[in-house]
Design a protein around this ligand. Structure first.
Ligand code: ADP
Ligand code: ADP
Ligand code: ZN
Length: 205
């Protein structure tokens, strides 16, 4: 199964990706997670990526596309993968088309007014799981792995507004791109996490 998860920042891509990757036993490939790991390890890619991520802008295509090409070439991706956060513009989608045949693109749609609250209340674990302060009841550790939860540096209001504007200008056109290719599956992301998951699984059948 070769799947892309599309959706605005905060739509729930990471949350669903983690569950879907487990259910279908395919790797979860998140460009955001790859960049954050590089930033943590202070690699050359991490240093470049950080300057863009801090501003809420896209990391340049030549860096991002290369990372994804390498990742999709690894043995575990040969049976399938779940791409989360890539592609984010038409150029990246075209480059992906050259190297792999994506089967379905799941567009998680959430009312735009809800996204700011979702993102500024997000708390994450290094294992990739996301939580929201509204449901944590004061807990500070990951329910999956016990890791310490933290807030992403780019999950502040100013950066989020820039990311939402970048999404509308650069990423939203992908909805049409994949609709034309006959690959688009639209999901109502305003529902509860479990309901969204169920809807995705049903539509993948
Ligand atoms: P994305 O990867 O699309 O940026 P996340 O999966 O990290 O989004 O989710 C963003 C925030 O919204 C997190 O705080 C997460 O716990 C919360 N969230 C995810 N899905 C839902 C949902 N269906 N309903 C309410 N909150 C959600
Ligand atoms: P979110 O789902 O909350 O937008 P991500 O973790 O997917 O967050 O991405 C965080 C940041 O990493 C983005 O704002 C962007 O700067 C960078 N990034 C992630 N994926 C890409 C991509 N495909 N192309 C360019 N930049 C990316
Ligand atoms: Zn964890």
């Amino acid at each position: 199964m070769k799947i892309i998860l599309l959706g605005a920042p905060g739509a729930g891509k990471g949350t669903q990706a983690k569950r879907l990757a487990e259910k279908y036993d395919i790797p979860h490939v998140s460009t955001g997670d790859i960049f954050r790991a590089n930033i943590k390890n202070q690699t050359p890619i991490g240093i470049v990526a950080k300057s863009y991520i801090d501003k809420g802008q896209l990391v340049p295509d030549e860096v991002t596309v290369e990372i994804v090409k390498q990742r999709l070439n690894e043995p575990d991706c040969q049976k399938g993968y779940l791409l989360d956060g890539f592609p984010r513009n038409v150029y990246q989608a075209e480059e992906l088309d050259k190297i792999s045949n994506v089967e379905k693109v799941i567009d998680i749609e959430v009312d735009f007014t809800k996204l700011l609250k979702r993102i500024t209340g997000r708390r994450v674990c290094a294992c990739g799981e996301s939580y929201h302060v509204d449901f944590l009841e004061g807990k500070t550790e990951c329910a999956r792995c016990g890791g310490k939860l933290y807030q992403r540096a780019d999950d502040n209001e100013a950066t989020v507004n820039e990311r939402l504007s970048v999404y509308q200008k650069q990423t939203a056109p992908l909805i049409d791109y994949y609709k034309k290719a006959g690959k688009l599956v639209v999901i109502d992301g305003d529902k509860a996490i479990d309901e969204v998951f169920e809807e995705i699984v049903n539509k993948l059948k």
